[in-house]
Design a protein around this ligand. Sequence first.
Ligand SMILES: *[C@@H]1O[C@H](CO)[C@@H](O)[C@H](O)[C@H]1NC(C)=O
Ligand SMILES: *[C@@H]1O[C@H](CO)[C@@H](O)[C@H](O)[C@H]1NC(C)=O
Length: 372
Amino acid sequence: MLPSTFLTGPLRIILVGILGIGGFLTLFVMYYQSAPSQICPPQPALPRHYSKPPENNSLSKKQPEPDKPIMLLWFWPENRRFDFRDCTTFFNIDGCQLTDDRSLYNKADGVLIFHKSIKHDLSNLPQSPRPPFQKWIWYHVESPTNTIRIPGLENLFNLTLSYREDADIPVRWRLTARKGQGEDFVLPKKDKLVCWIVSNNNPATGTAVRDNYYTELVKHIKVDVYGKAFARFLRYEDYFSTLSSCKFYLSFENSVHRDYITEKLNGPLAAGTVPVVLGPPRQNYEDFVPGDSFIHVNDFPNAKALAEFLLKLDKDDEAYLRYFQWRRNLFAQQHLIQLSQEFIQSICYACDHIGKHKEYRVVHNIYKWYFG
Ligand SMILES: *[C@@H]1O[C@H](CO)[C@@H](O)[C@H](O)[C@H]1NC(C)=O
Ligand SMILES: *[C@@H]1O[C@H](CO)[C@@H](O)[C@H](O)[C@H]1NC(C)=O
């Protein structure tokens, strides 16, 4: 039994008052002692019984954000959940109210629908009528090789989110222009020649081309390999430093498609390593990064010739350093590498788009667009 149930009259009021003021002061002091850092989103660091807000404290209630469009994440992609505040933390994106609460469907301005989660009979898509202002976003970041054609998706979506540049919401890690002179680049210490981190070697996903190329290449040059495919796991915190310690990195995409140039390219650029790319033609890479920032396997008649070129560059510091000249004017940002973070960027970009665009649009034939 709580004391307050048998205390009556003025004594009760005084006691409750003291308790209330004391509680408030404790909260106040603890809040300031646990001031949130820049990196972590503010988390209530208080034990549960202290952090419980008073019952009628309008300030502590979750404020509705009436001016911000609502974006409903219909499925959590591969169940990799994250805190929606990460959009502000990592991308400075705050233009929509992100939610996974399906009861907000009727109010949602955008509904983000992850292609791989859609059931073949579409039975797990929203079933209630679509409000006229609402846009459905087709969310798919795999290449056509790794895309299952679910029937019935014609005239269903309003926007596309993809790695493709001609998507309504294109997603990739981009170089950014530096204003003014960047810092002088210091080449990281190198103790390995060629490195490759690869987790997926399932031929069903289109990896045969790169696997064959690797098999040929490794006959002529040493390659340090890491990742699930080689049962040599790398910790997240060692990813960028490992890349830095290699002169070259094999940025081999799992399948070859226009614009399908992933963070496998961004990683070495951010780490100060020369990417050796296998993917769409050189011209397509040059839509995103300078032509002298990477080596393309197609520049050589075969893997042996590529290996000879890399061995020659290894002995020619001046020629090797020319691959870093782009850094004077451009900057490569380290991308998010943890598995749990895999979908943060794309979901945040969708939020940003919904916050900025109101235009009517219909995607008639998604597969005609996607598979060409
Ligand atoms: C909560 O406070 C507001 C004003 O601050 C008041 O209008 C409302 O009636 C209060 N609700 C309860 C349940 O006491
Ligand atoms: C969204 O697309 C559907 C058909 O795909 C269309 O009926 C609807 O009017 C579109 N809405 C908006 C806001 O673009």
